[in-house]
Design a protein around this ligand. Sequence first.
Ligand code: ADP
Ligand code: MG
Length: 687
Amino acid sequence: MRPDILNPLFAEVETLDGVGPKLKKPLEKLGLARVKDVAYHLPDRFVTRRSIANLDEGAEGEQIVVALTPIEHRSPRSGRGPYRVLAQDEIGNICALTYFGRASYTAKKQLPVGEKRWVAGRLDRYGDMLQIVHPDHVMSESGEGLGHLVEPVYGLSEGLTQPGSPGWQRRRWRSCPNCPNGSSRRSWIANNGPAGATRCTSRTNIRMRPRARDRLAYDELLANSLALMLVRSENRRRQGQALKGDGRLRDRLQLPFPLTGAQSRSIAEIEGDMAQESPMLRLLQGDVGAGKTVVALEAMLVANEAGAQAALLAPTEILARQHFETLRKMASPTGVQVALLTGRDKGRARESILMGLLDGSIDIVVGTHAIFQDTVSYRNLALVVIDEQHRFGVGQRLMLTQKGRRAPHVLAMTATPIPRTLTLAQYGEMDVSKLDEMPPGRQPIDTRVVALERLAEVVDGVARHIETGQQAYWVCPMVRESETDDLAAAEQRYETLKLRFGGDVVLVHGQLRPEEKDAAMERFASGQAKVLVATTVIEVGVDVPNATLMVIEAAERFGLAQLHQLRGRVGRGSEKSTCLLLRGDALSETGKRRLALMRETQDGFRIAEEDLELRGGGELLGTRQSGDTPFNVATLEQIQKLLPLAHDDARLLMERDGGLTGERGEAARVLLYLFERDFGVKTLRGG
Ligand code: ADP
Ligand code: MG
């Protein structure tokens, strides 16, 4: 049970003073549904503005404060255009103050024609006009002070404003208790729990801010390490089954290729683990296309040879289907029964699968989390393979597997080469097998960086490409701020490509119904459709060897690991493949280097390590957005710096008080609940 003192934190955001139904929606869009989410929604960065006497002194892109006098209000010509207020500085330069949507009401009130105002915001250019979009502050009194004001900038969604003025962020901890501080040996901020620390992160006290953030990140890392250790030690305590395969099923496989050395080695390691009574907990790490599926199949056949069942858990419906098809084909000479079970199977079909799992006539089941629902029982499930999408913590998945009397062996597979530090964060102390050798005969993917201005040429290139009978992916820009914008961008691009390619184009995005998504994927996989326009949903899974061209728009906005994953969708057949990274024109130095790295190498491990390095350079941005880690608070940089400490501390705590019953242990329990790692607590008696 969650400790009572956390209840206010887990209450809905609406329980906060000043947050009503109107704010609730935009907050939820940001994933901030509970008080706790808001509390841990930390600023992305801070702005410091410069006071300037006139616009000539300001640079484009700079945060400024300047005195302006409105001279004209311009309503939008069409319904959806922006509302503009033209304003003049002291020497006659004109600047447009631009407002979208409802913000225009504010503009009308705040900016009467002929009255001087102090305006703070980011100076930009629109065509040949200077502009400030949605100024952060408009003041009638002397606004010089704004120039020295350091303000936090939060990730927002439509309907929210920066809480520079009292607002939703300020209220977050007011009604909250101080959480116990005793869970760690280190006191980051003396006598001040997380409540104080989050307050500190939005303060402008530059000396305290990084420490406060570290403190919060450390808590999260500690909770994570501890949860993984608890699961691990629980797993060690449980009895598994020693599975000895005699090779009779594996001998019947007719693979069209010899296994690579790395594959054979991994299979041997897995077989060794499965022959033990203590349950296996092994991570199979291998780049996209390294050939993990075959390894999984061999492991599952070992279980079948020993008279037991195996399950493969996929992160998405699409991927589950694909795995099912692949495995069924590969396994057909062996005669084992392979079944598919997803949340979408209903009625009779579902009943018959459940029956087969219970009576043991199904040897291998592939599916989404539906395969672990309470209503699903197995005759003898002895191996669970988790095709892990890296963004999900593996610990939670492990708990899913704890249903049988005897613990099944677990093989987790990750397609994302993650840096060593992150491996520790994600998987704790699992044993690791690495597929560090690609199957032979793979051709390198010709990767090029192309400016978006050359879009027309790129479209021509796609046309030539599909004339040869091959297919192409077109991945749409990721718009960081919101999902609706992502969708808008994809739909827009789809429309333009449809003008050129007609019915040869299909669109897939996250908001389609599963059947629609499958139908579109099916059209592409079968070769009916030639171009697949997609948001990043195709990142996972899809295997269409005839698709040999990938276009990624606004490539600079993607994480490198993600780009690498996307690129891995091509280069799967024998034809030469190409990847075009379209870039916008405002590319930072780091941005350039990141894309250059993609051009330079196809080694996922190297990309992961260097990405961490390139991003580590002071970027505050939380990792939630990038989805690379299971953390909401801790940034990549903090993970590198603090995870080893947190890990040591967790281990010390486990050694001294593995049942978490002492004072420190109790505090640790609170922490586990706070960071939603309570699956760790549940391994404990009385948890
Ligand atoms: P992963 O899941 O690691 O991304 P897959 O298991 O989907 O990779 O394998 C990618 C492709 O490589 C598949 O078409 C598979 O048949 C093929 N493949 C796997 N192992 C080998 C091998 N040893 N030699 C040649 N091709 C292989
Ligand atoms: Mg795979």
